[in-house]
Design a protein around this ligand. Structure first.
Ligand SMILES: CC(C)(COP(=O)(O)OP(=O)(O)OC[C@H]1O[C@@H](n2cnc3c(N)ncnc32)[C@H](O)[C@@H]1OP(=O)(O)O)[C@@H](O)C(=O)NCCC(=O)NCCS
Length: 251
């Protein structure tokens, strides 16, 4: 099976690996799908959808500003559409105590939003053991954020990356992939992971690896490295981290 992208009104979806890709998908949805392992489905939206929250999904939004309500609702709408495409529709995608989406049993997934883009990716847990996606504007990361989120070795590697490929905002790529890794990590371990706790290596070929401080369980195995892919498309940095059940190396 391959990963897929699809489209609703103002919304696009795609899959990564074998599921047929519906026509009408956006370049961003296709690009996101290409970052994901086989079996994952992505739905992306470039405009907010009006008032589509299901019962039980709006409880965290009582005091939220309208823009937050809109991004949350659109993210959930993308996620429901993606679950529909997988054939695993659910009434409610709840929100856990640390903000994590509560997927139906047997599903892994992740949601992201930034200015101009909302997206959700889901997969059957039999195919993909963990999933995290992130989108950011393709703009240089402010120096103070670089200082807070990148380790000294990561900052040294940025210098090399800038020398090799000057037109990529490498700091933003590293920041984004770390957020994607956290979104994969948290639902599996239910604990905090600090930016300084991991060591990331980003490659100009669109891949990255992240060394974890503590293992993640995938079946009987304990995984200490997460692999992922990144891309710059349409003014966005897109990152996806995944634990692909079929491809985990034995330690
Ligand atoms: C949670 C966090 C990663 C979200 O990233 P962000 O760029 O601020 O926002 P995004 O729009 O891309 O993602 C927000 C979505 O992430 C998801 N999310 C939030 N907390 C989550 C968690 N604990 N686990 C998994 N997913 C989570 C939610 O779906 C949320 O959208 P929603 O509230 O509308 O459902 C970020 O705010 C954070 O707390 N980072 C610190 C931890 C970290 O990144 N460590 C790096 C370790 S390498």
């Amino acid at each position: 099976m391959r990963s897929t992208a699809a489209t609703t009104t103002g919304t696009d979806s795609a899959s990564g690996g074998g599921v047929p890709v519906p026509s009408g998908q956006s370049a961003v949805a296709r690009a996101l799908a290409a970052l994901l392992p086989d079996g994952a489905v992505v739905v992306a939206a470039t405009e907010d959808v009006a008032g589509d929250l299901r019962p039980g999904e709006g409880e965290s939004l009582a005091r939220a500003v309208p823009s937050r309500v809109a991004e949350f609702a659109t993210g959930r709408s993308c996620a429901h559409h993606a679950l529909d495409l997988l054939g695993l529709s659910t009434a409610t995608i709840g929100r856990g105590g640390r903000g994590e989406p509560l997927w139906p049993g047997g599903v892994v997934g992740s949601i992201t939003h930034c200015e101009g883009l909302r997206a959700a990716a889901v997969a059957r847990a039999d195919d993909v053991a963990g999933l995290g996606i992130d989108a950011e504007p393709h703009l240089p990361l402010p120096e103070d954020v670089l200082d807070l989120t990148l380790t000294p070795p990561e900052r040294r590697r940025l210098v090399e990356l800038h020398r090799a490929v000057p037109d990529v905002a490498w700091g933003r790529v590293v920041f984004s992939l770390k957020e994607a890794v956290y979104k994969l990590w948290y639902p599996l371990r239910h604990e905090w992971l600090g930016f300084e706790e991991v060591d990331t290596v980003v490659n100009p070929d669109g891949t990255f690896t992240v060394a974890l401080p503590r293992p993640l369980g995938v079946g009987d195995e304990r995984v200490m490295t997460v692999h992922g892919r990144w891309a710059v498309t349409g003014g966005f940095v897109l990152t996806a981290a995944a634990l692909d059940c079929a491809k985990q190396p034995r330690l």
